[in-house]
Design a protein. Sequence first.
Length: 306
Amino acid sequence: INLFFEPSTRTRTSFEIAGKRLSADVINISSSSSSVSKGETLLDTARNLEAMSPDLIVIRHPSAGAPHQLARVCRASVVNAGDGAHEHPTQALLDALTIRQKKGSFKNLKVAILGDILHSRVARSNAHLLTTLGARVSLAGPGTLAPPEFASLAGEGSLTVERRIEDAIESADVVMVLRIQRERQDKAFLPSLREYAVHYGLNLKRLELARPDAIVMHPGPMNRGIEIASDVADGSRSLILDQVANGLAVRMAVLYLLGGGAGTTSVNPNPTTQTKAETESQAETSTEPLSVAVTVGGAHSDNSKS
């Protein structure tokens, strides 16, 4: 079941295609078409979905921690497809795959993440994963959009926070640009989008500060002419569409693994009497579809029971 409480193009569609390519029965539920619009709570929605015995639930929700709440009351595996400004695990996985395909090793790789860090679940998930894999992550953006918890880590270990985006871009191997998330802003963080584009937008001149073989990434959706210039987004260094393609592969892998694809399930009620040949024959002829729960809201890809 894909249960989405926030708008989504890439994540929702790729999870749906991923499930269908794995021969799963996929159900998509949006907040506007669910009983949430009638006042039903997330937990009541979860309990009702659980009563239908789905195998997997993919959820996107505007509230941080929503996927974890869901996992506490569901036997089904829960995948976080983005929870508020908290986390977006599958995005970090597809970004890491894209970087590895182009760069090979993460060791001592410099990754610059630019833009609205404060409201970005992508920044949080990528900072955690990429530093864990051995990369050096440099965050940069307007001071009003820099989370205090990241600023306090400036200069420590493999995560740094820069005041100027030029300092973050300098000698970077990877430049990842984030959009301004106006839907999460309840006050004015910037004088104007035009001023933001002038001082913080990634253009060809700023990109020259990076290494000659640096790659450009963006999780989407893009605001062309604001956080990234069109000639950069469409340039030879851009791997933005590669990210989208890798997102499908990564989400297929997540659904496959959480759905039990990596293990063996006995079909025989008395497995001790089942021969190896019988086991292999049943595995080859089994056509039972996997029921995939639709993404509910913004949680990160996570099986809280695994």
